[in-house]
Design a protein around this ligand. Structure first.
Ligand code: ZN
Length: 164
């Protein structure tokens, strides 16, 4: 059994994820554009990380899902490409998980059933983070990423990442 591929966003590169372990790493050209000024070593990227483009169908699905969840405004073109690539690869042999600490990206990924890597960047270190939606009105917490308002008291929910 091969390990699932990891789809990396730019923060994963800055944190050095592709240079640890022997996983299969993927990213998109838009992410590469973001990080190429950074001294991560482009030769390493080409040998250890496969740069590939998502399908047009996947981009369209991510775009329409992001509209439904209200995350469209928070997603950059790079985020869209990354989600679409993860969607394509998660259906392929061995599957894939997405590595991103961006809440909007993780939110859309959950709705699309794209597996998320448990690591997220908190305070400069990668840690396991459980995302919660917190209600300031009544103090309840929710894990359903589709909720925007508290079902109990109607208050707008705040996104919180809890380090475990
Ligand atoms: Zn509430």
């Amino acid at each position: 059994m091969s390990e699932p591929a990891l789809v990396l966003d730019s923060t994963a590169f800055y944190a050095g994820i592709p240079y640890q372990g022997n996983g299969r790493y993927f990213t998109t050209y838009l992410v590469l554009e973001e990080i190429k000024h950074h001294s991560v070593g482009s030769s390493l990227i080409h040998t250890r990380v496969q740069v590939t483009e998502p399908s047009a169908e996947a981009i369209e699905r991510v775009r329409s899902t992001a509209k439904q969840t209200g995350d469209a405004g928070a997603l950059s073109q790079t985020d869209l490409s990354l989600l679409a690539l993860a969607l394509d690869l998660s259906k392929g042999e061995g599957g894939a998980s997405l590595v991103s600490d961006d809440f909007a990206v993780r939110n859309v990924a959950e709705v699309l059933s794209i597996p998320l890597s448990k690591t997220a960047l908190k305070g400069g270190e990668w840690k396991n983070v459980t995302w919660r939606l917190h209600c300031k009105g009544c103090g309840k917490q929710y894990t359903n990423p589709k909720l925007t308002q508290c079902p109990v008291c109607g208050t707008q929910l705040v996104r919180k990442g809890l380090t475990s």
